[in-house]
Write a protein that binds this ligand. Structure first.
Ligand SMILES: *Cc1c(COP(=O)(O)O)cnc(C)c1O
Length: 222
């Protein structure tokens, strides 16, 4: 059996059925995605819009495409017709743009709110207060073409398992808090997207519902 199929089978045997596997295929050539597809994989994650569009046009139409990287507002329109889930939404302005483009395409686009849980400095990700302000805002409450499906986060890149575990716990707690304050009657608010090649086992132990795995499936090089 080819290496990608072997990797996929190994990973799937390690994750419970309730956890979705997003195959992170950024920088990988289309032939390798096709190999994963032929092995049964149907959810792929990309972090750059032009690459996501190009691959979606070249590959079978029953693939669910997830945008997992930082998304610029001026690129939303390119993916709005087909994207299944946008993982890294961290501002009201971006959310408004997604809502606008979703409306043009007569669809509802599912998104996750990205939280900043790592110790590393990065510009990306909300904290709990910012998320509450966003969800309480009049502008958000008017939006009809987006659905907030849950939360997403990335742990610090470190060998310190306790730290990684704590950061995932923080994201799980944020999810529970928002669920109780804003989404109690909404079954659609259910996803916790956390866990990558190096830390998905810990993430699953801490409540992940969606792992984003690249190098353990496709190998490390481009
Ligand atoms: C690249 C990437 C991943 C996958 O990382 P691997 O370590 O290759 O599994 C997951 N999430 C995001 C946001 C990424 O950019």
């Amino acid at each position: 059996m080819a290496e990608i199929a072997i990797n996929l089978n190994r990973i799937k045997s390690q994750i419970p059925d309730r956890v979705e596997l997003v195959a992170v295929s950024k920088t990988k050539p289309i032939a390798l995605l096709q190999e994963a597809y032929d092995a049964g994989q149907r959810i792929f994650g990309e972090n750059r819009v032009p690459e996501l569009v190009e691959k979606s046009e070249a590959l079978p139409k029953d693939i669910e495409w997830h945008m997992i990287g930082h998304l610029q507002r001026n690129k939303v329109k390119m993916i709005a017709p087909f994207v299944s889930l946008i993982h890294a939404v961290d501002s009201l302005r971006l959310l408004a743009e997604i809502d606008k483009e979703a409306k043009k395409n007569e669809r509802v686009i599912k998104v996750l709110l990205q939280f900043h849980i790592a110790q590393e400095q990065t510009k990306f990700g909300l904290d709990l207060k910012e998320a509450r302000d966003l969800l309480n805002s009049e502008q958000f409450q008017q939006m009809q073409n987006i659905k907030i499906a849950g939360v997403m986060g990335m742990a610090t890149f470190t060998d310190n398992e306790d730290q990684v575990r704590n950061e995932f716990r923080t994201l799980k707690r944020i999810f529970e808090t928002l669920k109780s304050e804003f989404f109690l009657d909404k079954d659609s608010f259910k996803e916790i997207s956390m866990g990558m090649s190096g830390d998905y086992k810990i993430a699953i132990e801490e409540g992940s519902t969606m792992v984003r795995i690249g190098s353990s499936i496709f190998g490390k090089s481009g």
